[in-house]
Ligand binder design. Structure first.
Ligand SMILES: O=C(O)C1=C[C@@H](OP(=O)(O)O)[C@@H](O)[C@H](O)C1
Ligand SMILES: C=C(OP(=O)(O)O)C(=O)O
Length: 433
């Protein structure tokens, strides 16, 4: 099987939790840290090593994209990838799959190449917002052919250099726009003085802390002392050794499982300090009535009889929405989620998809532009659609803990960030985890 191709669909019956859980789970590396480490390594002046990288469709697409423009990436050792930067080559094309990180992070890098670089992706990737990246690069003087679409497919007609300087963007649809520009900025002739001037705030803000921290670790001079403004000085990035933390977004459905099925779930190696947005799940679980404890092996969540009703603003940790929505969809409620308008532009329109699937299992749900309210949950058996979205599959798995015989129309989409998700989930639920 080609790990960067869109996966063949696979139906899957989510395991029902016959008993309380008692599972210990090891999750693979963070998608976001792996993607940033690869990009920063490619932009650096010397070689880098990436320890415990995430090996999944999104990060392998990033590897292929970098290779296409002439970066050496050795993925022979699953525990440590090595990246050997080189002069970026044009006259090539890059497949973004459905990866937001690839379609946003690589165009500013490709703008430094010596010729055109064409970008395209999965059918739904063409619908994901990418006007921000195209307009920003144009604002920096880069020629882009997009047929007027302001979305994939487009070609970056790179001329080997980007002037940089002052730039205003509207990053309210995706924080990845800011991350993308900041990473390439040290290589712009005048660096970058970037302002977000959109009416709505930048979502998913912890990812900006992550990119600033990683840029500084690579030797960049970044000033983020003013809200909505980032200044990056021109200069060399250093090659270094990156160690990737476990992916806390992918860990979250497992901790949520303890809320639905009761018992306890431990995620190994949970970092005590992190910039990962998924770390927010610890406090959310407590707000919902679960007990969360640090243990020698990691972080353990203990279930509760019924999650406590309440309202959550998930603007900064919006990828937690699907798994939490599934918890709410099989619980008494009421629960409200706000602040997640931007997830309508994720792998699918997640607000609409979640409302549709929760109604199918019999939950009483109201949809808002920026979220939804689950008045009361339901337990009707049927087919849970996943919309080629890994986190919709995670959500279906969570709901299936409480609904015997719930079938996901496709679980293969988990390959985006964790190809082995279904097997690890089955082990956790059936007691071998
Ligand atoms: O920078 C990153 O690595 C990410 C930023 C977030 O994007 P949005 O700001 O579009 O939500 C997040 O949802 C995505 O999965 C990963
Ligand atoms: C929104 C997500 O991904 P992407 O990086 O493709 O935007 C996600 O993983 O939930």
């Amino acid at each position: 099987m080609n790990a960067t191709a869109a996966p063949e669909k696979r139906r899957w019956e989510a395991p029902y939790a016959e008993a309380e859980l008692d599972a210990v789970v090891r999750v693979p590396g963070s998608k976001s840290m792996t993607a940033r480490a690869l990009v920063l390594a490619a932009l650096a002046s010397g070689p880098s090593t990436i320890k415990r990288p995430l090996i999944a469709r999104d990060t392998l697409l990033m590897v292929e994209g970098l290779r296409a423009i002439g970066v050496g990436v050795d993925t022979g050792d699953d525990e440590a990838w090595t990246v050997t930067p080189g002069g970026f080559r044009g006259g090539t094309s890059i497949d973004c799959g459905l990866a937001g990180t690839v379609m946003r992070f690589l165009p500013p890098v490709a703008a430094l190449a010596d010729g055109p670089v064409a970008f395209d992706g999965d059918p739904h990737a063409r619908k994901r917002p990418n006007d921000g990246v195209i307009k920003a690069l144009r604002g920096l003087g880069v020629d882009i052919e997009d047929g007027g679409r302001l979305a994939l497919p487009f070609t970056v007609n790179a001329a080997g250099r980007v002037k940089g300087g002052e730039l205003e963007v509207d990053a309210s649809k995706t924080s990845q726009l800011v991350s993308a520009l900041l990473m390439a900025a040290p290589r712009f002739e005048n660096g970058l003085d970037l302002r977000h001037t959109g009416d709505r705030p930048v979502p998913s803000r912890p990812y900006l802390d992550m990119v600033v921290q990683m840029l500084r670790q690579a030797g960049a001079d970044v000033d983020d002392s003013e809200p909505n403004r980032w200044r990056v000085a021109p200069g060399e990035l250093q090659g270094r050794e990156w160690t990737i933390e476990p992916d806390l977004q992918n860990a979250a459905p497992f901790l949520c499982a303890a809320l639905v099925a009761g018992g306890r779930v431990t995620v190994e190696g949970w970092p005590t300090e992190t910039t990962q947005a998924g770390d927010a799940i610890r406090e959310i679980l407590v707000q919902l009535g679960a007990r969360v404890e640090w243990t020698r092996g990691g972080l353990t969540a203990y279930g509760t009889a019924e999650p406590l009703p309440g309202e959550l603003d998930l603007a900064d940790a919006a990828e937690l929405t699907p798994a939490l929505a599934a918890v709410f969809g099989v619980s008494n409620g009421p629960f409200t989620v706000r602040g997640v308008a931007h997830i309508r532009g994720h792998e699918t329109d997640r607000v609409s998809a979640l409302v549709t699937e929760l109604r199918k299992i019999g939950a009483d749900v109201d949809e808002y532009e920026d979220g939804f309210r689950v008045g009361s949950g339901g337990h009707e058996r049927g087919t849970w659609a996943t919309y080629a979205d890994h986190r919709m599959a995670h959500a279906g798995a969570v709901a299936g803990l409480a609904i015997p015989g719930l079938v996901l129309d496709d679980v293969a989409c988990v390959s985006k960030t964790w190809p082995e998700f279904a097997e690890v989930w089955e082990q956790a639920v059936r007691g071998k985890g």
